[in-house]
Design a protein around this ligand. Structure first.
Ligand SMILES: Nc1ncnc2c1ncn2[C@@H]1O[C@H](COP(=O)(O)OP(=O)(O)O)[C@@H](O)[C@H]1O
Ligand SMILES: [Mg+2]
Length: 152
């Protein structure tokens, strides 16, 4: 699809929020883009729309943050500092991608070969001003999620 233009932080939050109603247990969404592209901001908008009132910390150091929401369990990964695939096994991440948890994954390319296929891939880029977002559905569930987005 044509990239969406996100003129400011609020637009990135709103895109995340727009994904919330269609996010279902088991879905995997990958978020690509350089540092500062707005990946964590988008997840913050999504979490708020799902009813999370607290902070949304970047999982840069912890690799994963977990949110038990009323409708689903959401795992927010950031694989920026992920280098050793054996860490994957040790940390038990494989069990998290179990078809029931919703998983949002920053820097998926650093865990290549370890991740299940995504339903939706979101590529963010700095455009000065603002950001662009390119959304690609990679499964029927992802197609439905995209189709449910309000027209921009
Ligand atoms: N559409 C936008 N336009 C301008 N700034 C934005 C936009 N979306 C997010 N930002 C800003 O970009 C910065 C980095 O965002 P962050 O979500 O932490 O990036 P990432 O997780 O990709 O490293 C934040 O200061 C945020 O406010
Ligand atoms: Mg981030």
């Amino acid at each position: 699809m044509t990239p969406l233009f996100l003129p400011d932080e609020n637009a990135t939050l709103a895109l995340g929020a727009a994904l919330a109603p269609g996010l279902a247990p088991g879905m995997v969404i990958t978020l690509r883009g350089e540092l500062g592209a707005g990946k964590t901001t988008l997840v913050r908008g999504l979490l708020r729309a799902l009813g999370h009132a607290g902070r949304v910390k970047s999982p840069t150091y912890t690799l994963v943050e977990v949110y038990e929401l009323s409708r689903l369990s959401l795992y927010h990964f950031d694989f920026y500092r992920f280098h050793d695939p054996s860490e994957w096994i040790d940390a038990g991440f494989r069990d998290i991608f179990n078809g029931r948890n919703a998983c949002l994954v920053e820097w998926p390319e650093r865990a290549q070969g370890q991740l299940p296929p995504a339903d939706l891939d979101i590529a963010l880029a700095v455009t000065e001003p603002g950001r662009s977002a390119t959304l690609v559905a990679c499964s029927p569930a992802g197609e439905r999620l995209l189709a449910a987005l309000p027209p921009s």
